[in-house]
Design a protein around this ligand. Structure first.
Ligand code: IPM
Ligand code: MN
Length: 353
């Protein structure tokens, strides 16, 4: 098949991890007879430098027309002045919103070979397979903000329709997995969370009677995620709770550099990006872990292009590379680390296996 893929390297380690992931996609295309055209555009800090804004119109237009978007990371100290008028992160939020990508899928599957890298006891991690569905275009991220000399506000707002659609997406995933959904909120304090819980409960009762649902408060969820991660199948939650819980969940996998994500809307298009940031401290050194980005490319093949076999081939190759201890510095024993490019090559070498 032919596919147009918009590539947004962004800032920090973004260009390095994207440069590592594209050859993996090219290798898959060659092997399976596909023709992927990559179109590179600016987003984030580099877009501020070159165009004066974090999401240039040309980038959004290209992304809206493409079959899918592969994104590296945005942000860095250069653009972090708290008084700056524009910030790289605004570009990321605007493209998510502009493409209507309300459901952010963040799978967490600790790999046997990397269990030792997790601060959590290995016996708690065996068999963990969680899909977090984070609401991505609502809540406190997108509410009105105010700032004066003496105070500041961020409005948190959710509509019934916004909760319904993301709960439906999560429930469908749960139905295709182990049939269990955990909806996370703070309904003992927040009105938006009481709405969330009411809507989630109704959608599940009326449309998904075959899927078991459980409601959890976010604070206890943060604890249970570490103390009994095997108990969870699909977790659905609002934007900021999902942001925080998935950084926490990355520690189950041993490294923030292993978690991919897919941001999806009503149609087939999506943005695929690692959940980690631009890691300015290690940028330009060629030592970043490319696996989260490569696994995001696999999700792109699955969700936007419908290429399940090809997606599974990449995931199996990453599994095999991890099994062979093909680790970058975040996971490797001292003196044993591969470079970003070597780790990507370890995946390509195992694509046919
Ligand atoms: C993420 C990131 C972003 C978010 C930032 C960079 C705006 O942390 O994708 O999780 O908070 O959504
Ligand atoms: Mn985050």
């Amino acid at each position: 098949m032919h596919a147009d893929i918009v590539v947004l390297p962004g800032d920090g380690i973004g260009p390095e991890i994207i440069a590592a992931a594209l050859p993996v996609l090219e290798a898959v295309a060659r092997r399976h007879g596909h023709d992927f055209a990559f179109h590179e555009h600016d987003i984030g800090g580099i877009a501020i430098d070159r165009h004066g804004q974090p999401l240039p119109a040309a980038t959004l237009e290209a992304a809206q027309k493409a079959d899918a978007v592969l994104l590296g990371a945005v942000g860095g100290p250069k653009w972090s002045d708290p008084n700056a008028k524009v910030r790289p992160e605004q570009g990321l939020l605007a493209i998510r919103k502009g493409m209507g990508l309300f459901a952010n899928l963040r799978p967490v599957r600790p790999h046997a070979a990397a269990l030792g890298a997790s601060p959590i006891k290995s016996e708690l991690l065996e068999g963990v397979d969680i899909m977090v569905v984070r609401e991505l275009t609502g809540g406190i991220y997108f509410g009105d903000k105010t700032r004066s000399d003496t105070d500041a506000t961020d409005l948190c707002r959710y509509t019934v329709a916004e909760v319904e659609r993301v709960v439906r997406r999560a429930a469908e995933l749960a139905r295709s997995r182990r049939g269990h959904l955990t909806s996370v909120d703070k309904a003992n304090v927040l009105e938006t969370s009481r709405l969330w819980r009411d809507v989630a409960a109704r959608v599940m009762r009326e449309e998904f009677p075959d899927v078991a649902v459980e409601h959890q408060l976010v604070d206890s969820m943060a604890m249970h995620l570490l103390s009994k991660p095997r108990a969870y199948d699909v977790i659905v939650t609002e934007n900021m709770f999902g942001d925080i819980l998935t950084d926490e969940a990355s520690m189950l996998a041993g490294s923030l550099g292993l978690l991919p994500s897919a941001s999806l809307g009503a149609g087939k298009a999506g943005i695929y990006e690692p959940i980690h940031g631009s890691a300015p401290d290690i940028a330009g050194k060629g030592i970043a872990n490319p696996y989260a980005t490569i696994l995001s490319a696999a999700l792109l093949l699955r969700h936007s292009l419908g290429l399940e076999q090809e997606a599974a081939a990449i995931e199996a190759a990453v599994d095999a590379a991890l099994h062979a201890q093909a680790f970058t510095a975040d996971l490797a024993a001292p003196g044993r680390a591969l470079s970003t490019g070597q780790a990507a090559q370890a995946v390509i070498d195992r694509l046919g296996a």
